[in-house]
Design a protein around this ligand. Structure first.
Ligand code: NAD
Ligand code: DAU
Length: 352
């Protein structure tokens, strides 16, 4: 029986992946290792009963003893490592937590996997390690790392550490670098769920800078399938970009959400730009297509419509998770909305 250890399995992407793995691989044992920070929610996995097929371990990946105990108890045959501090805005306000969890926490896991000769390790990285993508063009997996935010830099450091374990110890390790995810169970402080939940309450929608920053949006269920493909078919030592080619400006996303909700564009407020705000991300995904047979299947149009519906239908989940977000949301957005305008602002940051 394969034992699949999913770190960060109570988070947004981790819960989609955990539910998918339990559904698609019913003979495997799935163990989630998650510290249940503000971003980790046990209720996201409430449909999985604890027992022979599933266990939830509440522990911190920085805690070497706790991590060692998981390896001794469970002897994982596959690790899918997603646990991280994941929000760029939080990394601007409090960067040290990102180095702690994303770099040191990843290192603790790599060491446990090395000690126990774990057969396979999948490290979940991000397109943000490459930094802003010039237009036109896309970054492939060999593009240099030019991270902009403390979040992106911590993920780049973790990615490089993972690569070093392949080169130094011959670890069987695969890296995935995905673009922006959206879908059910995302903490409502990220762009799409923030806009849906605020619009529903007729609150102002803070759009950073001129709203012309571009992201490539991948539906979370597609991303979970891509991670599964990388785990099962990825070549050891390889990195795989996972994107959907669904590139949109932020303002287009926000206006589409408002359209689905029947809410007016007058809720939009242009606010001070995020420092070091990368103008565009775009991934070349032919390696994942050719080597993993992976292709994203959900169009942004269909995925966004379903996502709006999910948040509208799951008010209890939203309230529970918002209560756990802490002070971050209210103070950060209130500050940014001061002096906000309904007019697009020119972006004057150097390098854009
Ligand atoms: P998330 O913030 O929703 O979830 C992170 C999870 O990690 C939470 O369950 C949290 O409790 C857990 N966690 C945080 N610190 C921990 C610690 N010290 N020990 C144990 N658990 C801890 O994040 P997400 O959006 O689901 O992202 C998951 C992974 O995918 C991250 O590694 C992120 O960098 C990467 N990623 C995210 C996106 C995206 O668009 N969201 C895109 C590409 C890559
Ligand atoms: O690209 C992959 C990354 O995508 C992941 O590695 C990160 O974990 C994930 O959080 C996400 O990072 P972003 O910074 O792109 O996501 P966020 O939802 O915070 O912002 C998306 C875009 O929307 C970005 O250009 C900033 C903008 N934005 C965001 C918020 C929260 C706004 O204009 N207003 C907002 O209030």
């Amino acid at each position: 029986m394969a034992v699949v250890l999913i770190t960060g399995g109570a988070g947004f992407i981790g819960s989609a992946l955990t539910l998918r793995w339990a559904r698609e691989h019913p003979s495997d044992r799935v163990v989630v290792l998650d510290a249940l920070t503000y971003a980790g929610n046990r209720i996201s996995l409430s449909s999985l009963p604890e027992g022979e097929r599933f266990r939830m371990v509440e522990a911190d990946i920085r805690d070497e003893k706790a991590v060692e105990a998981v390896w001794v108890d469970e002897k994982p045959t596959l690790v899918l490592h997603l646990a991280a501090e994941s929000h760029v805005d939080r990394s601007i306000l409090g960067p040290m937590a990102f180095t702690d969890t994303n770099v040191r926490g990843t290192h603790v896991l790599l060491e446990a996997a090395r000690r126990h000769k774990t057969p396979r390790f999948v490290h979940i990285s991000t397109d943000e390690v490459y930094g802003p993508t010039p237009e036109p063009g896309r970054f492939d997996e060999e593009a240099p790392f030019r991270p902009s935010s403390p979040y992106a830099a911590s993920k780049a450091a973790a990615d490089l550490l993972a690569q070093s374990y392949v080169k130094t110890y011959g670890m069987d390790l695969v890296i995935t670098r995905a673009s922006n995810n959206y879908g059910p169970r995302q903490t409502p402080e990220k762009l799409i769920p923030l806009m849906i939940t605020r619009a529903r309450a007729d609150e102002q929608l803070p759009v950073y800078g001129d709203g012309q920053h571009k992201r490539d949006w991948i539906y979370v269920e597609d991303h979970a399938r891509g991670i599964e493909a990388a785990a099962l078919k990825g070549k050891a030592g390889r990195a795989y970009n996972l994107g959907a080619g669904e590139e949109r400006t932020n303002i287009t996303i926000v206006k589409t959400i408002l359209g689905h909700m029947g809410k007016p564009d007058t809720l939009i407020r242009y606010v001070t730009d995020r420092p070091a705000h990368d103008r565009r991300y775009a991934l070349e995904v032919s390696r994942a297509r050719d080597e993993l047979g992976f292709r994203a299947e959900t169009s942004l149009e269909a995925g966004l419509r379903d996502t709006v519906k999910w948040y509208v239908d799951n008010g209890a989940w939203v309230e529970h998770v918002k209560a756990r977000q802490g002070e971050f949301g209210s103070s950060w957005y209130a500050d940014r909305l001061k002096g906000a305008s309904t007019q697009e602002k020119p972006v004057t940051l150097a390098g854009h």
